[in-house]
Design a protein around this ligand. Structure first.
Ligand SMILES: Cc1cc2nc3c(=O)[nH]c(=O)nc-3n(C[C@H](O)[C@H](O)[C@H](O)COP(=O)(O)O)c2cc1C
Length: 169
């Protein structure tokens, strides 16, 4: 599938079947993250795939009780260390991890799997459940699994409202 087709068909999935994710598909999703670009190619990140049911139940609590976390057979957690503010004023860690997470969202779609980027989580609790060192920042969490819903696509702003050429308009 062409990349734009994957982008067009991807949707956040919040209901999952308990069907396990095949090891090869999970590896492909994680490989997409590993190959993502990062500032100065430092790759100071970890991608944690959680399949243990007890840990996923605890992660559900760390994500404000969002049921999709305990329901999906895998929870993906993206974290990184050595954070620094780049000359553009942005956090390297946040951007690096966000790119990696985006690559995983698209690879999951290409594998016929669903994900849902979660920003609603308590980082300290996630770190405790997964033994993530103090100097790591947890940037994103997502369930991964086979969709048990087919939600309507969420609307996007019109191209003319968000795209401009040559100057801000
Ligand atoms: C940074 C970020 C944080 C998000 N946090 C949550 C969340 O905590 N819980 C949730 O159900 N969805 C969360 N979402 C999913 C968004 O609600 C969703 O991407 C948006 O409504 C567009 O829908 P779509 O992904 O189906 O296109 C988050 C998405 C992003 C990018």
């Amino acid at each position: 599938m062409a990349v734009l087709d994957v982008i067009k068909t991807r949707k956040s999935i919040r209901k999952y079947k308990d069907t396990p994710v095949e090891a090869e598909k999970l590896a492909n999703v994680l490989e997409a993250a590993r190959l993502a670009p990062s500032a100065r190619n430092l790759q100071d990140w970890k991608f944690i795939a959680v399949t243990d049911a007890d840990k996923r139940a605890r992660l559900q609590q760390a994500c404000g009780g969002q049921r999709q976390v305990g329901q999906a057979p895998v929870t993906l957690v993206v974290c990184a260390n050595n954070d620094g503010v780049m000359s553009c004023g942005q956090s390297k860690t946040t951007i690096d991890c966000s790119i990696a997470m985006s690559f995983m969202l698209l690879q999951a779609e290409a594998e016929g799997l669903g994900m849902c980027w979660l920003g609603h989580f308590y980082a300290d609790q996630v770190k405790q459940v997964l033994n993530i060192p103090d100097d790591y920042i947890v940037v994103a969490v997502s369930p991964l699994g086979y969709a048990d819903e087919d939600p309507a696509p969420k609307p996007r702003k019109a191209a003319e409202d968000v795209i401009c050429y040559n100057e801000f308009k």
